[in-house]
Unconditional design. Structure first.
Length: 92
């Protein structure tokens, strides 16, 4: 029981706030697996969770970039009205 608690305390993961933190976490999981500090099932679960975190971070960064682009595009067109920029879709 004491050995199991020592092994459980070995793996220290960084905060998953950015892609670099997720990549470091994946490397640490792989090292712990190769050193036989964690079993394959737990390592698989951690890697899956980190891939999910990386996907969410990339999506959030992409959404943030799109919001920034739309904000700067909207700032350029402040002098014109919305109706002047929009083309009519009516058929004549």
């Amino acid at each position: 029981m004491a050995r199991a608690s020592r092994r459980a305390g070995f793996l220290k993961l960084p905060p998953m706030m950015d892609i670099a933190g997720v990549q470091l976490g994946i490397v640490r999981v792989q090292v712990a697996l190769e050193a036989d500090h964690i079993d394959i099932g737990f390592a698989r679960l951690l890697r899956w969770a980190m891939r999910l975190a990386a996907t969410n971070i990339r999506f959030a960064q992409q959404q943030q970039g799109q919001a920034l682009r739309s904000f700067t595009a909207g700032a350029k067109g402040l002098g014109t009205s919305k109706t002047a920029r929009r083309k009519s879709k009516q058929l004549y």
